[in-house]
Design a protein around this ligand. Sequence first.
Ligand SMILES: [Zn+2]
Length: 299
Amino acid sequence: MIIDAHCHIWDKSMVSGGFKRLIDDGAKQMGLSDPSTLYDGSAERLIREMEEAGIDKTVILALDGHIAFTANLTYKDYNNYVANIVNEYPDKFIGFAGIDPRRGKEAIQELERCLELGLKGLKLWPLTGFYPDDLKFYPFYKRVQELEIPVLMHTGSGPPNTYIKYCQPIYVDKVAIDFPDMKIIMAHMGDPFTNQAISVASKNFNVYLDISAWEPVLKMVPAAFIQTLFQAKLACGIDKILFGSDWPLFTSILSLKDWVKSIRKLKVPPALKLMGLTDFTEEDKEKILGLNAAKVLGL
Ligand SMILES: [Zn+2]
């Protein structure tokens, strides 16, 4: 079973205001000549590309970025949008609610509402301007833990108009310790703070890593990706590593199909073998591609 643990979803009409700027600047950062290739993040396109790639299930994430930038949908509208897609294609998608914890009591109410709608997890987006370990968020985390849902937390770099300081994996550590039954997936293996991310995931039983947004690195400097992945395996154990793509952001660099294929064919180059790295086993690859996510998601 192949599970993509980290995808986005939007249609062209949602790409407006500050959200559009975020996507346009992200495109510029990646060197794309035409940002509009990122505007189609529809369920229909995603399903088509999942089928080409042989992906069975995908986690789709709602985003609450409204405290940092404008968008033509409220955060509740975005959660509804994701819930509707999940309910339309229940065997394809698992939906996560996007809720900014700075919303206080309203955050808890919205989380409960989202679970009633059929969403199964929570996406947190600290790059909009908050430290995940702020004690003000503890009542919210307490409820998340009681509800036994996984949390996918952005860690690492982001588009130009987002705040990197809040996204250092080190700020996930205290939350992981104080809420030991809350499963936390640190997105992007914390890139470029991979050492921090691997440290936090290796010392906390409840913290995982996803490899989304590593497509450009794999394509341009495969050895750098393989070395980081091997370091994560060695320190955290293979069970902590989840496949993800951050679709639709990197498809013009590497298609979903080629991203899956690259993991399947992953081979440690001779130069890295001289440094002591060994090949990933078939079992390792199966775990990364889906078995680990299935456990975290309780499938
Ligand atoms: Zn993402």
